[in-house]
Design a protein around this ligand. Structure first.
Ligand SMILES: [Cu+2]
Length: 619
């Protein structure tokens, strides 16, 4: 049964949410921050695969948007915000095609999480999916001393089995634009993704008056469910190695979303790309954007008329409304199609999505304009605090290459330093936590997870070289990094000539085809953190390294593991101690730990079908 959270809900927030009226479709449900829905959802369909025509209620995506009215000039007293989430399948048709998505409390799109800096968020996550495991990663949160709250399945925790409740607790020490998503088996491709906005009045006060705030998410959507896509992508039948191509681009998980605009007001748009594969350009007709934040790092204001947002990246941009309400304006987002193999691109795919700045809903909505991609480099941004290069006499240099290779049974695997990442029998965190001190820093105990040991307090430099022909947006858990060098001189994606005086910091960086990027961070967050391409199909193919950061300090701080984290493992007979193979008698003997990927892998699906009806091509 679904368990209510044990922690009482407190509600007191500077964030007031108002739902704007809509001229088409249904209006968005108001987002309640500080309170949570406790409704029990009856699912008419507990199964995803094979049930896409089931008769459960269809939730069409709203075409209106929800604004966050700007709060007070100072931060409120921190509160605890508890969310009780019943995670089930919900049918929806964001682009006119109905299919099941991973919903929360009977709703899809998923609710944004809105909070103030210093707040504590508790999510009581009940897995009501029936046929898949799940987990929740708060993308961009450092989770200092709480690596076990990071949500990556078989890394920071055991996956949450069907019928299990798992409790996440986050103390919000950062602010800006983030997002949450499932971190198991490519499940977020099926819609388990939502925005997170953490306000800090002190930071925003640097940027003058802000009247209202909006969330603007960019996503891609597939008509075929993720387990089929993943299974086929990694199968020997996929001889070209082509990634599945999405059917549609979405803004706020919808098409034709409307943002109500009042003349003369200043708006802050929280832009987040929650897609599975597609980087996107974004442009507002006849309105500039002023970037003030990227991936939770506040920046010196940077004015542009177009931004590029790779998968998992975020920007806060200010948009100044025109003084009069004489017409409405189009917003256009557009996929980067470099990775889309024409042979598997769905017929009728639209690589763009349109939304509107609505000054007067009685006036017609304009036709979309043609977006022309402009050269883009995020290293032109300067952090607000202008921190110089992180340096020391004792920098640890870590060299990583990425490419693809076909394995022994014909699967197209992603390689980091020549080795593909494979989940091991024990979550890596539990291996680090239970290893005797003489083995903690020994990569041999961690198995085939591409482990890198980072000593406490050291400046770490990552030299990441892309030997593949496609761009990869790399994300580091637990940190932001400085981008100190980037090769390449393509007109569209210019590189860096020298180390900037105050290098831009973020948590997701694009490494372009055939070239490299150089990153620095300080190993001051003991824990187990993934460094991986955020193209979800490449995660599933193994384009991941594991940073075992100061495991000695992590263990000495005696992390307190919540009960639900233990029972998630115990109920599925996943060991919580030992090396990658669960061996705690001989720590360097990992016999039995996975060294090859499964030929019957269907992502987060527990029991896959015997035959995959999706075999690429144009569905
Ligand atoms: Cu990639």
């Amino acid at each position: 049964m679904y368990q209510q959270g044990a922690v009482p809900t407190t509600s007191s927030s500077s964030i007031i949410v108002s739902s704007t009226s809509s001229t088409q479709g249904s209006s968005t449900s108001p987002v309640s921050s500080g309170t949570s829905s406790s409704s029990h959802v009856t699912t008419s369909s507990s199964s995803s695969l094979g049930s896409s025509t089931a008769s459960s209620t269809i939730k069409t995506s709203s075409t209106s948007t929800t604004s966050i009215v700007k709060g007070t000039a100072t931060n409120p007293i921190p509160v605890r915000r508890t969310f009780n989430w019943n995670i089930t399948w919900v049918n929806a048709s964001p682009d006119g095609f109905s299919r099941p998505f991973v919903g929360v409390n009977g709703e899809w799109p998923l609710p944004p999480i809105l909070a103030d800096i210093g707040d504590t968020i508790i999510i009581n996550a009940y897995n009501g999916l029936g046929n898949e495991t799940t987990s929740i990663h708060m993308h961009g949160l450092f989770n200092a001393n709480n690596t076990f709250e990071d949500g990556s399945a078989m890394v920071a925790q055991c996956p949450i089995g069907p019928g299990e409740t798992f409790v996440y607790e986050y103390v919000l020490a950062q602010s800006g634009t983030y997002w949450y998503h499932a971190h198991v088996g490519g499940q977020y491709i099926d819609g388990f993704r939502g925005p997170v906005v953490i306000r800090d009045a002190n930071a925003l006060n640097n940027y003058g008056n802000i009247d209202e705030e909006y969330i603007l998410s960019l996503t891609d959507v597939y008509h075929v469910e993720a387990p089929y896509l993943i299974n086929y992508f990694l199968s020997a039948n996929n001889t070209s190695g082509a990634e599945p191509v999405p059917d549609s681009a979405l803004i706020n998980e919808a098409q034709n979303a409307q943002f109500a605009i009042t003349p003369g007001k200043t708006y802050l748009f929280h832009v987040v790309n929650m897609g599975a594969i597609a980087g996107q350009f974004l442009q507002f007709d006849q309105h500039n954007m002023t970037i003030i934040e990227a991936d939770g790092v506040y920046t010196q204001p940077y004015v542009t008329d177009q931004i590029f947002v790779a998968v998992a990246q975020r920007y806060s941009v200010l948009v100044q409304a025109l003084p009069t309400a004489t017409e409405n304006f189009a917003i256009v987002s557009q996929f980067v199609t470099d990775m889309f193999d024409e042979s598997v691109t769905p017929a009728g795919q639209n690589p763009t999505c349109t939304a509107f700045l609505v000054y007067n809903s009685a006036l017609a909505m304009p036709a979309p304009f043609t977006l022309t991609p402009q050269p883009w480099s995020d290293t032109v941004l300067v952090p607000w605090d202008q921190q110089p290069l992180w340096d020391s006499d004792n920098v640890q240099y870590t060299y990583l290459t990425v490419d693809f290779a076909t394995n022994d049974w014909g699967s197209n695997r992603a390689m980091v330093n020549g080795q593909t990442y494979l989940s091991q029998l024990v979550p890596t965190f539990f291996t680090a936590l239970t290893a005797p001190s003489e083995y903690q820093m020994n990569t041999a105990i961690y198995g085939q997870v591409n482990p890198q040991i980072l000593p406490f307090g050291q400046v770490i430099e990552i030299d990441l070289n892309n030997h593949d022909t496609r761009a990869h947006p790399f994300h580091l858990h637990g940190h932001t990094f400085q981008i100190i060098n980037r090769a390449g001189d393509e007109p569209q994606w210019p590189g860096l000539d020298s180390i900037p005086a105050a290098p831009m910091r973020r948590d997701t960086v694009v490494v372009y085809p055939g070239v490299g990027v150089t990153l620095r961070f300080i190993a001051n967050n003991p824990g187990v953190w993934l460094f991986h391409c955020h193209t979800e199909f490449h995660v599933e193919a193994g384009m991941t390294a594991t940073f075992i950061e100061a495991p000695d300090v992590m263990v000495a701080r005696k992390p307190y593991i919540p009960n639900s984290h233990k029972t998630a493992c115990d109920s599925q007979n996943i060991p919580r101690s030992g090396n990658a193979a669960g061996n705690s008698a001989d720590w360097t003997d990992t016999t039995g730990a996975p060294t090859d990927s499964s030929q019957t892998y269907y992502g987060a699906l527990i029991n896959g079908p015997t035959w995959n009806p999706y075999q690429g091509g144009k569905p």
